[in-house]
Each structure stands twice: as C-alpha cells, then as structure tokens.
Design a protein around this ligand. Structure first.
Ligand code: NAD
Ligand code: DAU
Length: 384
C-alpha cells in the first residue's frame, strides 16, 4: 500500500524502473509544457509508448518535438481534442492507459480579446476527452484493474488534467497561499474555462469512478515557451532592442516554477497520485513582475554579447494594465510534498539563467515565430 511508504521509497518509486511500460496519450504535446514533458518522459521512461495529439495552433510547434521524432516508441498525431472519432480510434488503436491532458488555449491576454476558442478547447475539448476515456476505460482498462492498492500500476489507468493556480483567483498581500481547498474564483475567460474543465474532471471521478487527477500549477518558465508570455517576450524584446512592456505598476506577483520541476511533479502525480484528488504545484518563488524583468535584464547584460541597447533596463516601459489583472498568486504545495514526495529543485536565479541562455542559443527556434499573425496580435495587445 502506497500510504505506508516513506517519502524516500516514494521518491525512489517515481524512478519507475520496476513498472510495466505505460502507454500515454499526451494532448498538447507540441506546446511549451507538453513538449518539455515529452522530452522528460522519453528520457526517463524510454520503454513507454508515447503518443502526442496536438492541433498545432499558433502555440503548437513540430520543432518542439524534433529531438524525439525519430524514436520508435513515439508517435505524433495532428488533431483536435474536440474530434471524438479521432480520439476513440487513437485510444483503442494505441491501447492507451494514461492520458496527460495539456492541450488548451493558455494565454490570458488572448482570452480577453477572443474567449470563444477558450470555451471550445478548454471546456468542450476536455469534456470530449473525458467522455472518450470513460468509454475506453469501461470497455478495456477497467477489466484489467486488479485493485485500487495498485497505485502507480498502469492497470489503474489515469486521466491527469493539467491545470492552473489561476482558478483560485487573486490574493491580497497578506492572504495565505492557495491550498487545494481554496474556493474557486476565476477572473479571466481563460481561468474560468480552466475552472470549468477542472470541475468536469472532478465530476467524472465522483459520478463515474473515472480515475482523474487534477494538478493546479503556478507560472512555468523555461525552453520552448511561446513569446507571448512574460519571460520569453522580455528575452526576445531585449535581444531585438524593443520596449519591455510592464503592465500597470509592475507590482503584480507570480510564483515561478522551472518547467522541468513541473514535469517531475506530474510524474509523481501519475505514479503515486490518488484518483479523485487535486494537487497544487508551485515553486515557492513569489516575485513582483518588475523585479523579475529587472533580473532578466541583468542576466541579459551579463550573458548576451551584442545587445542593441545596454544596460537593457532602459527598455522597460510601464503600459496600460491588463483588464481584470490578478494581483497575486501563491501556492501552498505542502500536500504534494508530504503525500507524493515532490519538491522543486531549481532556484529562480538558476532557472532564469538557463532560460536566458536557451533563448540566446536558439534564435533559429524563435525567429520564425515572429510571423505576421504574431505581429498583428502584438499590435492589438500593446496598441503599438
Ligand atoms: P501552450 O499554449 O504552450 O500549448 C498548448 C498546446 O495545445 C499547443 O501545442 C496547441 O497546439 C495545443 N492545442 C490547443 N488547442 C488544441 C486543441 N483544440 N486540440 C489539440 N491541441 C490543441 O500551453 P502551455 O503553457 O504549455 O500550457 C499547457 C497546459 O498547462 C495548459 O492546459 C495550461 O492551462 C496549463 N498550465 C500552464 C501553465 C504555464 O505557466 N504555462 C501553468 C499552469 C498550468
Ligand atoms: O499561473 C499559471 C498561469 O501562468 C497559466 O495558467 C497560464 O497559462 C500562463 O500563461 C500564466 O499566466 P499569466 O497571465 O500569469 O502569465 P503571463 O506570462 O501572461 O503574465 C505574467 C505576469 O506578467 C502577469 O502579471 C502579467 C504580466 N505581463 C505579461 C505580459 C505578457 C506584463 O507585465 N507584460 C507583458 O507583456
């Protein structure tokens, strides 16, 4: 029984060496966190079958998976999570036992400009996947389930819904961090759509016994991050000598987590998490936006050889605030630490240094993303 295991035993178990191979469907695997997760999983569990389903929206990029494309155990399928028929075929054909669900519209600013796609993908898409997995689980996986004590065994099946801390709303300066029992209070169309999908995942466990697990994570950063989000946008604008737009007074606080640490936490949730449970994941790194941008500027001044503007802090510009801008997020990750043995391992200084170096060394990755569509989006959000 996992409940009697020590934390050391749990940590060792998450190595997975003794497990039968899993067969995973990773939705949104061509996006930022999804592709980092695919890299993590392929190197950690090379014997597992891994199938990515991704619609390749503006945020999805086949290049993000170039390092794993030729692996025998890897398959990429272009498709939409709202396409029930395609999902049914994939689940059956690939005998999937684990769904890791990343696919989403993920950017708050875009959800303010056009919420429709957020409802479609995040709510209807998640519903479609849950329904498909329910049918698959009833007809195939459930029969193979021996006992609920076999947590970590592929026979139990897992639907891991990767979600966000934004569902909890905004904290005041003296409020305690979000826990798993903090009431939901989403403030943007993005967070409302993620809250809706969380509720569906939860309901499918309570109503149908489907083994769903929800994780609510804070702000990630690292490689393959699309340059609409704060950190990659600032890195690229610094390299291009463009203004660094800081919303409002720059005092909003986010809790930053290196994406590799998020992947390790998801691994722990898949292997050891309890169906029907929610786990908060956070970096214990609360930073004000303006401080973060200044830190990035200092790192760029130190690491980038040919900056158009140096020191690059001169590029900072305070701009009109994001409507409904949440003031502060902070995560209490005690549950995942005590129950699953996970803690973050990368400090924000070290993670940002690695990230800055990645954007410096991978200009071939981000240059093509600055398309006409991207420029039009940029003009609309920043009114420039
Ligand atoms: P992302 O925008 O970089 O990637 C999303 C991926 O989903 C893309 O590859 C895109 O092509 C794909 N996709 C979008 N709509 C689809 C559809 N209808 N069908 C199939 N594929 C589709 O997102 P991300 O930042 O990597 O976030 C991944 C997940 O993690 C999301 O569910 C997000 O809510 C959650 N999350 C993100 C963060 C963060 O800081 N980025 C933090 C916590 C949780
Ligand atoms: O907290 C988890 C969430 O983190 C995820 O669920 C979302 O998918 C992810 O996009 C992220 O949401 P945020 O809105 O916090 O991330 P973003 O990078 O867009 O913004 C971070 C902070 O920086 C936020 O307070 C807004 C501010 N910001 C952002 C941009 C793009 C600026 O000041 N200027 C900018 O140009």
């Amino acid at each position: 029984m996992t409940s009697s295991w020590s934390l050391e035993e749990k940590r060792a178990f998450v190595g997975g060496a003794s497990l039968a191979p899993r067969r995973l469907l990773v939705t949104g695997g061509a996006g930022f966190i999804g592709s980092n997760f695919v890299h993590y999983w392929c190197s950690r569990y090379p014997g597992d079958r891994l199938v990515v389903l991704d619609a390749l929206t503006y945020a999805g990029n086949r290049q993000n998976l170039a390092l794993v494309d030729s692996r025998e155990n890897f398959r990429f399928v272009e498709g939409n999570i709202c396409d029930r028929q395609k999902i049914d075929i994939l689940l059956q054909q690939e005998a999937i036992d684990t769904i890791v669900h990343f696919a989403a519209e993920s950017h708050v600013d875009r959800s303010i400009i056009g919420p429709d796609a957020f409802i479609q993908t995040n709510v209807v898409g998640t519903f479609t996947l849950l329904e498909a997995f329910r049918q698959h689980w009833n007809g195939f996986l459930k029969d193979q389930t021996n006992s609920s004590d076999q947590i970590g065994s592929k026979q139990t099946g897992v639907f891991l819904h990767v979600s966000t801390d934004e569902v909890y709303g905004s904290l005041g300066p003296d409020d305690p961090p979000f826990t798993e029992t903090t009431p939901y209070a989403p403030n943007s169309p993005y967070s409302a759509s993620k809250a809706g999908s969380d509720h569906l995942a939860r309901a499918y466990y309570h109503t149908y016994g489907l083994p769903t697990i929800i994780t609510n994570c804070s702000n990630n950063y690292g490689s393959y991050h699309f340059p609409e989000k704060l950190i990659p946008l600032m890195c690229i604008n610094i390299l291009l000598g463009k203004p660094l737009p800081v919303y409002g007074d720059g005092q909003n606080i986010r809790d930053w987590l290196y994406v590799g640490d998020h992947c390790r936490a998801l691994d722990a949730a898949i292997a050891l998490g309890k169906p029907g449970e929610t786990y908060n994941i956070g970096g214990n790194n609360e930073v004000k936006n303006i401080e973060l941008v200044r830190l990035l500027c200092r790192l760029m001044d130190e690491l980038a050889p040919n900056l158009p503007v140096r020191p690059c802090e001169q590029l900072i510009q305070f701009v009109k605030d994001r409507p409904g801008h949440d003031r502060r997020y902070a995560i209490d990750a005690t549950k995942i630490k005590t129950e699953l043995g996970w803690t973050p391992s990368v400090t924000v200084e070290e993670g940002l240094r690695q990230t800055v170096l990645w954007y410096l060394n991978n200009q071939d990755w981000w240059q093509p993303l600055l398309s006409e569509e991207y420029r039009a989006y940029y003009r609309q959000v920043y009114q420039v």
